[in-house]
Ligand binder design. Structure first.
Ligand SMILES: C[S@@+](CC[C@H](N)C(=O)[O-])C[C@H]1O[C@@H](n2cnc3c(N)ncnc32)[C@H](O)[C@@H]1O
Length: 397
């Protein structure tokens, strides 16, 4: 994912968190340890999450100060890049003249609404109802307070350039299970970020059928939340388990008559479904320049917690109803989504791996400098003869 479009300014948000959620001195000193503990809970020690880390004030503070800003940062970068390219959501959601309804499931402290506000300045002017659903009411309360302060610009303009616009976004928090979100309205945009990895944690690893059943149920729940022109965005950590889940979710949406908008360049079989040891799974690695562009205070916090960032990754898919999408590529053109950094090939050329309707593709070129970037959508003529890379089986383009 490119560095050039990655300029989400988060300093103001960090200052707001410090101002509106002040930490007593002794808690401040314990913050790096809290962050490290929460990081273990969120990754390796999955079973410990059962107790609900958002209910523990120290861990909620760690989430707010560390995980929330990094997530807003990543999402803002992703939304800015993908929207510039064409669409991550259907235009109807973002560009519609009338008011906008958004539903965010597993919203926590409203990370995703904050990222939408940050990434889409034009949306800020539109009246919107944002339904934020989470099983933890305290996280939602924190998020509502933070969002209103961020969007209202109640701090000085120098704190954040997002200030100044009069917000029309009405935040409605709902304490509910994401499997039964209890929305009062259908939404033009339904989102869930970093939620389903927690909901699938109880499914035994390797039980693909159980995961598929959960994916089907989830697709129905999400589709039910969306209005007839609605789009859905689901993002998760870039782990093999989440990549597999999102590939199954994509299959479940196709069964329902929906189709992927982004990043998938086609509706065919997912060539990166993960699920087996060593199998490729769909995920994106952000350009490392994004890490350098993060606020210094956030990078320092990472370092102090022993979690210096070296890679930012994410798996995601967005969907809409099939009848709402524009025509895909002409039959003699092949659309591909680049899914790797350039690699040196044995013949001295450079290649990048990409997802296509013809399966995994290897796009070859002479120079690394001219190779398409990670995350880019590229289109080439369909090769007249199908030749495959001996090592990976990828179609040579
Ligand atoms: C890792 S946090 C993500 C928060 C926010 N979306 C973000 O990306 O920063 C996961 C959130 O999902 C919530 N959650 C987990 N399982 C849930 C469920 N079954 N129903 C509703 N919320 C749930 C947790 O309470 C927590 O706030």
């Amino acid at each position: 994912m490119r560095g050039s479009t990655l300029k989400p300014g988060l300093d103001g948000l960090l200052q707001l968190i410090d101002r509106d959620f002040p930490l007593p001195a002794r808690h401040k000193a314990a913050l790096p340890d809290g962050i490290a503990e929460l990081s273990r809970l969120l990754t390796s020690e999955r079973s410990l999450r059962e107790g609900g880390y958002m209910s523990r004030p120290g861990l909620r503070a760690a989430y707010l100060r560390y995980f929330l800003p990094w997530n807003v940062f990543k999402l803002t970068a992703l939304f800015s890049q993908m929207e510039a390219e064409g669409a991550i959501f259907l235009n109807g959601g973002i560009a519609a003249e009338n008011s906008l309804v958004i539903a965010d499931l597993g919203s926590g402290p409203l990370t995703l609404p904050l990222a939408l506000w940050s990434a889409f300045p034009l949306m800020r002017k539109k009246p919107a109802s944002i339904y934020c659903v989470d099983k933890n009411a305290r996280a939602l309360e924190d998020g509502q307070k933070l969002f209103n302060a961020f969007a209202n610009g109640v701090y000085t303009k120098s704190v954040n350039s997002a200030a100044g616009a009069q917000p029309h976004w009405n935040i409605k928090t709902i304490k509910a299970d994401a499997a039964q979100p209890k929305l009062r309205q259908k939404a033009a945009l339904v989102t869930a970020f970093n939620l389903y990895n927690e909901m699938i944690a109880g499914i035994p690893q390797g039980d693909t059928e159980a995961l598929r059943t959960f994916a089907r149920k989830t697709a129905r729940t999400l589709a039910n939340c969306a209005d007839k022109n609605g789009s859905i965005f689901v993002g998760e950590p870039g782990t093999p388990a989440c990549g597999q889940f999102l590939s199954l979710l994509r299959g479940a949406f196709l069964e329902l008559g929906w189709q992927p908008i982004c990043p998938c360049p086609h509706n065919g079989i997912c060539p990166m479904p993960g699920g087996r040891k060593g199998a490729k799974w769909c995920h994106f690695v952000f350009d490392n320049r994004l890490i350098d562009a993060a606020p210094a205070a956030l990078r320092a916090l990472s370092k102090n917690a022993g979690l210096t960032k070296t890679r930012l990754t994410m798996s995601f898919v967005s969907f809409c109803r099939a009848e709402n999408t524009a025509v895909k590529a002409a039959h003699n053109r092949l659309k591909m989504r680049v899914l790797s950094a350039p690699v040196r090939l044995p013949d001295g050329n450079t290649g990048v791996y990409a997802c296509s309707s013809l399966g995994l593709a290897l796009i070859r070129g002479k120079h690394p400098d001219t190779a398409p970037e990670f995350g880019a959508l590229v289109e080439r003529a369909v090769p007249s003869r199908h030749e495959y890379d001996k090592k990976t089986g990828a179609l040579l383009v």
